[in-house]
Design a protein around this ligand. Structure first.
Ligand SMILES: [Zn+2]
Ligand SMILES: [Zn+2]
Length: 352
């Protein structure tokens, strides 16, 4: 009997602990992957908490439907170890990244390719067991992506921070005015956004982050200007320097402060894509919304088609690798704690 190791959630709002179970046998279109790497994402922290912060002391319960023990982790790359009867045997032994935003496959959203919008989703590491483990069972071989010649760490992180950053930016490409672009919040997704933005946009890219270290890292990785949102009178300075504000903004932080900052430096007719989940609550006078003719769109994850698009872009060599730090899978809880404490720059990738 083959066994697999997992770093499991055994209780919400408590540290992960190792569990050992029988390795599942793939059926039909399923694939069993031996995991090489799994990136650590902010949303793993929210799932571990069991709630999302709605602001004003209110919480959204996110524990429903989860059977414990449960394995987090959705930025997975590995080697195909075993396949179901309906999958080509030649796939065995190949190295692949795993698209985790898997839907039910039957609803209208899924049939139209928008599996990330599925209400009965089977997201890996969110709804079904994910990548903080030695193995993962993938529901269908079609969710595996070739990534050669990219490094394995980059391939893994493209599946969440990559597809989220790419998808958020894609929603700003077809805009009437493209004078400038601002990225707010330079955690793992924001850094990935900076890398993709340089491949997708012609204009200079500005960034904003409260952390000096994050700003320095962004300037070293292609940002033209880095702003500190806490600087006195920063809004006035930005409006002056940009001659009216930013036409396009991605808020990769997604809290009340980052959103207030985004609105304050948005040009008339501009658009903000909110892609962060730090939480909180935001309100705005209606007249300001109308006067500014602003557009605000929420976005997370992405479709399988978008994952293929961004993988093609990255494999073409146009996307610079982002800062990453490789750590042992068994230390995942240590790095969850570090991420929670804001002590991580770029992406932590856990290695088996
Ligand atoms: Zn994620
Ligand atoms: Zn569905």
């Amino acid at each position: 009997m083959a066994l697999m190791r997992r770093q499991s959630l055994v209780k919400f709002d408590a540290p992960l602990c190792e569990t050992i179970v029988e390795t599942p046998k793939p059926q039909g279109r399923q694939v069993l992957m031996r995991i090489e790497r799994c990136g650590l994402c902010h949303s793993d922290l929210h799932i571990q908490d069991g709630y999302a912060d709605l602001g004003g002391g209110k919480r959204l319960d996110t524990t429903r439907g989860t059977t414990l023990p449960f394995t987090l982790g959705h930025e997975i790359a590995g080697v195909v170890e075993e396949v179901g009867a309906d999958v080509a045997q030649q796939l065995i032994g190949t190295r692949r990244a795993v698209f985790p935003w898997i839907g039910c496959g039957q609803c209208q959203n899924c049939l139209e390719g928008d599996e990330n919008l599925c209400a009965k989703q089977r997201f890996l590491g969110v709804a079904i067991d994910g990548g903080f483990a030695s193995h993962v069972l993938v529901p269908d071989a079609k969710y595996l992506l070739e990534y050669d010649p990219l490094p394995v760490n980059q391939a893994a992180t493209l599946m969440c921070s990559g597809v989220t950053a790419y998808g958020a930016l894609k929603r700003l490409v077809e805009r009437p005015r493209q004078r400038n672009l601002l990225l707010i919040g330079l955690g793992g997704v924001g850094q990935m956004g900076l890398a993709f933005a340089q491949a997708m946009f012609k204009q200079n890219i500005s960034v904003a982050d409260l952390s000096q270290a994050a700003r320095d890292s962004a300037l070293n990785n292609g940002a033209a200007i880095a702003y500190d949102p806490a600087e006195p009178d920063i809004t006035r300075r930005i409006i002056k320097e940009t001659e009216g504000g930013f036409d396009a903004i991605v808020d990769f932080a997604g809290n009340d402060k980052s959103m207030a900052f985004a609105i304050s430096v948005l040009a008339r007719g501009g658009k903000i894509v909110v892609s962060g989940l730090m939480g909180g609550n935001f309100s705005l006078p209606m007249v300001q919304w109308v006067y500014k003719r602003m557009t605000v769109e929420g976005f997370m994850t992405g479709t399988l088609a978008e994952a293929h698009e961004l993988m093609a872009l990255a494999r073409s060599g146009k996307v610079k690798p982002t800062p990453m730090q490789e750590e042992p899978m068994s230390d995942v809880q240590t790095w969850i704690d570090a991420l929670r404490a804001g002590k991580v720059i770029g992406r932590i990738v856990l290695k088996n």
